[in-house]
Design a protein around this ligand. Sequence first.
Ligand code: SF4
Length: 480
Amino acid sequence: MKTLALLVNFHRYPSRELLWDGKTATERLRALVQSLEPEAPILEIGPFKDTTEYLEALVTACQGWEEAVFFAADAPYTRADVSSQLLHLHRRYRAEYTFADGFPSGLTPEVLHPRILPTLLEWSKKKPSPAGRESLFQLLSTDINRFDVETHLSPVDLRSRRLSLTADSARGVLLLRRVEPWNSLPLKEFLDNLEKMGALVRTLPATLQVQVTNGVRQVPQWSPHLQFDPRALEARDFLSRQNWNRLLDSMLSFAGDLTVMPGFWGEPSMHPQICGLLSDALAKPGLALCIETSGLGWREDDLLLLSRESRGNLEFIVELDSLVPETYLRLRGDGFEEALATTLRLIELFPGKVWPQTVRMLENEDEMEGFYKYWTEKAGRVILQKHNHFGGRLPQLKPADLSPWARHPCWHAARDLAVFLDGTTVPCRDDFARTQVLGNAFSETPEVIWNRGSTLFGLHLSQNYPSVCRNCDEYYTFNY
Ligand code: SF4
């Protein structure tokens, strides 16, 4: 069998010099390949700007080979035992694609017959998307029945844990360090330990919600905003550019990378210096922005400037809730035409980075299919957001219950921080009443604030919830 081993870099995170058992991730992988397939040449590739570039590189690299094995170059704990089982499975059943399911990311390779790559390349051109660890599987899923696919299932299903044992961020490296003592254990024991790792799974913040203004242009029917700020429609207080930059710089130096959401209980477009704030943020290495907005009040000049300054690190979620003017008026108020026009303009300026969103509730349930089809065609992506009744502080309007059969610790307590205009920091958007204050982000260090959050996470682990969390069903929603 003519086998080529590929070490694929998906990120630019500088983990090359980090050591595990005295070796870099790449050195460990090279040793693993040599033990598995001593004759196989090893080629290191990536990162890539999108899946098309990734597939083009693969088509070229794999020409003349009968089998390609893909290892993530930043995955030092890739398992030799599972890799060997995958290769065996692939060869025994003459598969075209073989993958492992139910394992954390970074433990297993993929195996593929290069003859399927031209088809995947064609499909990638029809639906451009960022190149990532899931890209091959996602492309195959376009029409998976066309291929002979084999799956190796994990003895412990860890999919819901969203663990990534990869050195692609400071969070990932910290997790790898914590798991290091178990790395040489037999597979089942190793996975059992991961399943029970409890508080160790909370590493560093990934999402930072920031209130840049307390003003809004609308209060949609699904929002409790007027409960805690009855003046929200008239409020006009703004975060200073200096505090914005200080906050982002300190959080970034602590977390390494971050997704910042400046739509936290306020409409970002109302900030008089919004373009300056966002430009400053876009220039910071490791930072990505996700702007939740009504789509109202944006200036064309600002959007043009931002489209030039964005390096793929700016996304928009436009809260529309309906495509029907009458429903929009009922749910959100005036502004339908402007919100629609802004969404279409954003899609032109930021292709692949705009998510038209509707909150799915009894009121608009009949419109879901139309909304989904229309925006999938225009934007290539849509968010059908579950209705949030904020732990009972709003009427329950969700038409279907999508919650997991067993409650797990909240993703927001594990990954998020949310900062109000005055610096008060809480774990999440739902704590608008500030019951779980972790500190003040303008006067305390991110580390102190973040570490205080471990108490709340510990309560979740022991299923002993404070009142704000007790009836909250946002625990299974995930930001970044
Ligand atoms: S359970 Fe709800 S209130 Fe509690 S931290 Fe999670 S999102 Fe916030």
